[in-house]
Design a protein around this ligand. Structure first.
Ligand code: ADP
Ligand code: NG1
Length: 489
């Protein structure tokens, strides 16, 4: 007989289970009680994620392959009969914050002095999205105490876990029931209030993750299919020690709008009328009706130049500068005058191919699906275990090279970890948005101990002056975890 927990985890709703006895939850409960004078009425736990392959393509409409981590945002919460949010954090670097909430329109998300969002703005994004969903139909508020252990600004989705935990807490407290896909889509929309135009991968895996498997996530409609990962390998996450807050610069949105412009130009030059609405590279691909390989050729044909000026883009699209800005650019990209369209579109189409190949190989090696025997890596449709890891590793490495050279979102520390890994026979790539953050490495099980040991020595000790004994905080093996959960009393 499956346990209550197992049944709940399989349901299409966010699982609600009895609060387990757990030291971290007890500590958070005590903090909550000391602050608010009563016990929390429920807890919400939302995991971080590591994306195995498929980087910077979710917002172009292409599938990605992430898995949830053990690290999470844990929230203790109670509904209050007052339209206000009382927000506390177990980490004293995140200062307390209280605010009235009247309507979602009144919740303003503003950056701090450095142009970085205040931490509580991520919570407000979640509350704003939930209030919008409720059409402002509530007089209630929340007391929230947060305890997070996902390394922040590191490409492991700490921000999405925080936004999602806040949104889920608010809705659960008001007895709103939604499916996992509905709430994931709502949280993706909510997080865009921070200013970055993410594609929804992080919120999708936060809710749809399953233990022991990665998920192949497709968008429109949002769907997740389990992918079994090779049993003889482990995914290792290694922090580059460079943090990059995505909402503090326009690097992320710049890539988003370069992809939008590339899609618009591909369609226009292919003679397909556009109604000037934003289209993604995958929508352009669908409308043109060619294969991904043919789309790569079309990019070379229609977007041959390394740099396109704003004027050139306007001329090709037959629109004025103001119209271009209003139609396709975001508030923080309006002043950009030069765009790299060929490079970004090539990365996206090639990465989309790599995701499909990666998934096919995983499915084949677990005996779980059809083989795409056209990739030249298979013999009679059968791939040996060693070959499997070699092919998957190469795909990860190619992904990293493309992110470094075509997408220009790597960092010297990330490149160094990838190089050290490669010398040890371990293939890796940057994961998440990049410009810092983490590397994910596909490490054969028999190399694991040695690999982590050498990274501690070569990267953390020699390169970053971190004592080998403390380096376990930055490099760790992962296993896929389940998605968001609610603990009731
Ligand atoms: P990530 O790749 O981790 O999602 P982002 O740059 O998008 O990185 O968001 C990181 C921001 O999220 C942090 O600067 C902080 O404001 C917020 N954040 C992350 N973890 C926590 C936490 N435990 N408590 C409060 N805020 C957090
Ligand atoms: P991280 O690294 O967690 O900020 C961001 C986007 C994802 C995706 C990746 C790149 C958000 C919330 N997340 O993730 O949607 O585009 O970059 O693959 O914007």
């Amino acid at each position: 007989m499956p346990t209550e927990m197992e049944c709940e985890l399989k349901s299409d709703k966010v699982p609600i289970v009895i609060t387990p006895s757990d030291e971290r939850i007890s500590r958070l409960s005590r903090l909550f009680e000391d602050e608010f004078g009563h016990n929390p009425s429920f807890y919400v736990r939302v995991p971080g994620r590591v994306n195995i392959i498929g980087e910077h393509i979710d917002y172009c409409g292409y599938p990605v392959l992430p898995m949830a981590l053990e690290q999470d945002i844990l929230v203790a919460a109670s509904l209050i009969q007052e339209p206000a949010i009382y927000l506390r954090n177990a980490n004293s670097k995140y200062k307390s914050f209280n605010t009235k909430i009247t309507t979602y329109e009144d919740i303003k998300i503003t950056p701090d002095g450095d142009g970085k969002p205040f931490w509580y703005n991520y919570v407000l994004c979640g509350i704003k999205g939930a209030l919008e969903h409720l059409e402002n139909n509530t007089e209630n508020g929340l007391q929230l105490y947060i305890d997070g252990n996902i390394p922040p600004a590191s490409g492991l989705s700490s921000s999405s876990a925080l936004v999602s935990a806040a949104c889920l807490s608010f809705l659960y407290a008001q007895n709103v029931s939604m499916s996992k896909t509905e709430i994931a889509s709502l949280c993706a929309k909510s997080e865009r209030y921070i200013g970055t135009q993410g594609g929804g991968m992080d919120q999708a895996i936060a809710f749809l993750a399953e233990k022991y498997c990665a998920q192949y996530i497709t968008f429109q409609p949002l769907q997740a299919t389990s992918v079994s990962l090779p049993e003889d390998a482990v995914f290792v996450v290694a922090h580059s020690l460079a943090e990059a807050n995505k909402a503090a610069t326009n690097d992320f949105n710049r890539r988003v709008i370069e992809c939008r412009l590339a899609a618009q130009i591909l369609l226009t030059l292919h003679g397909i009328p556009t109604d000037k609405k934003i289209i993604t590279l995958s929508e352009a691909h669908n409308k043109i009706g060619k294969s991904l390989e043919e789309m790569i050729q079309l990019v070379h044909t229609y977007l041959p130049k390394d740099i396109y000026t704003k004027d050139e883009v306007c001329t090709i699209l037959k629109i004025g500068e103001k119209e271009l800005e209003n139609l396709y650019l975001t508030a923080n990209t309006k002043d950009i005058n030069e765009f790299k369209l060929k490079q970004r579109a090539l990365h996206v189409y090639e990465e989309a191919l790599r995701v499909d190949e990666f998934r096919n190989i995983c499915n084949q090696s677990s005996g779980n699906g059809k083989v795409n025997g056209t990739n030249g890596h298979t013999t009679n449709g059968v791939v040996s275990k060693n070959e499997t890891l070699a092919i998957l590793g190469k795909l990860m490495l190619k992904s990293h090279e493309s992110l470094k050279n075509l997408y220009e979102c790597s960092h010297t520390n990330l490149d160094r970890i990838v190089e050290i890994s490669q010398k040890l026979g371990v293939h890796s790539r940057l994961t998440g948005a990049g410009w810092g953050g983490c590397v994910v490495a596909l490490c054969p099980k028999n190399l694991l101990e040695n690999y982590i040991d050498i990274l501690k020595e070569e990267f953390y000790d020699k390169h970053c002056n971190i004592d080998k004994c403390d380096a376990h905080l930055y490099v760790f093996a992962t296993t896929p975890n389940h998605g968001a959960i609610i603990y009731k009393n």
